[in-house]
Design a protein around this ligand. Structure first.
Ligand code: ADP
Ligand code: MG
Length: 260
């Protein structure tokens, strides 16, 4: 049986302001889940809490990874355990090529496991990188580019997908920004993710719009509203949202707490 992430009655605050108010969600390796919901409902907060962002305080509930407590782990330990958070790395590092960046990421991981590790050898890394780029249909020249310097939206996403492919996580969380990705970037992400999905990868796609779900087919769709998951169903739920919007969710689940 594959690994799973289990989120149970998760409450989290930022600056004493409760944002997550009892989230329950289980994602298994091999499954694709979509997390949708109006802006401000807490989707990105959930991604941050899963990644271990210290700005957010977990006040109640638990997160289990493979049955063991995930909350005691530092962010880098969570990444090493197999969690990958995409869409939050588009940093530009002057003078560092994408290949170098990826090699450093692999080496950091190997050294964390074994402090005496000398990291991956250059020939072994070249083989790995070539294999992943060929699989994803990425031009080899791309790895020689300086990280994010002059990258288009689509190229940034391509770099992230390549990073995901080389790190081989068990779970990937893709948080589409509220402004949304342009079509080129969207297709790049979706094609890459579709190539990487399989029995050993679980994916949580976080999105406000259903657009990305035209390309990435979720097994399950959840709607978050006011810090809770209020509806869960199959892919038809995303199509329904596309037509109906979120008004019915506000009517059905809106509380006096709502300020907007
Ligand atoms: P979503 O991703 O669903 O749009 P977020 O998780 O980004 O929602 O935000 C949920 C709520 O938390 C919003 O009301 C937002 O203003 C608040 N929030 C998020 N991040 C911060 C932060 N760093 N500081 C203060 N409030 C925040
Ligand atoms: Mg968000």
């Amino acid at each position: 049986m594959g690994a799973k992430i289990e989120i149970r009655n998760l409450h989290a605050s930022i600056e004493d302001q409760p944002i997550l108010r009892g989230v329950n969600l289980t994602v298994e390796q091999g499954e694709i889940h979509a997390l949708m919901g109006p802006n401000g409902s807490g989707k990105s907060t959930l991604a941050n809490v899963l990644a271990g962002n210290p700005a957010f305080e977990v006040t109640e509930g638990e997160i289990l990874f493979d049955g063991s407590n995930f909350m005691d782990l530092e962010p880098d330990e969570r990444s090493r355990a197999g969690l990958f958070l995409a869409f939050q790395y588009p940093i530009s590092i002057p003078g560092v090529t994408l290949a170098n960046f990826l090699r450093q990421a692999i080496n950091a991981r190997m050294k964390a496991v074994d402090p005496d590790s000398e990291g991956i050898s250059i020939p072994a890394f070249r083989r790995l990188l070539k294999e992943k780029m060929d699989y994803l249909g990425i031009d080899h020249k791309f790895a020689g580019r300086y990280l994010n310097e002059g990258f288009s939206g689509g190229e940034k996403k391509r770099a992230e997908v390549l990073q995901m492919a080389t790190l081989e996580p068990k779970f990937a969380i893709l948080d589409e920004t509220d402004s949304g990705l342009d079509i080129d970037a969207l297709r790049t992400v979706a094609e890459g993710v579709n190539k990487l999905v399989g029995p050993s990868l679980g994916v949580l796609v976080i999105t406000h719009y259903q657009r990305i779900l035209d390309y990435i087919k979720p097994d399950k769709v959840h709607i978050m509203f006011e810090g809770r998951i209020v509806e869960s169903a199959g892919p038809e739920l995303a199509l329904h949202l596309e037509q109906a919007g979120y008004d019915w969710i506000r009517e059905k689940y809106g509380t006096a707490l709502e300020t907007e």
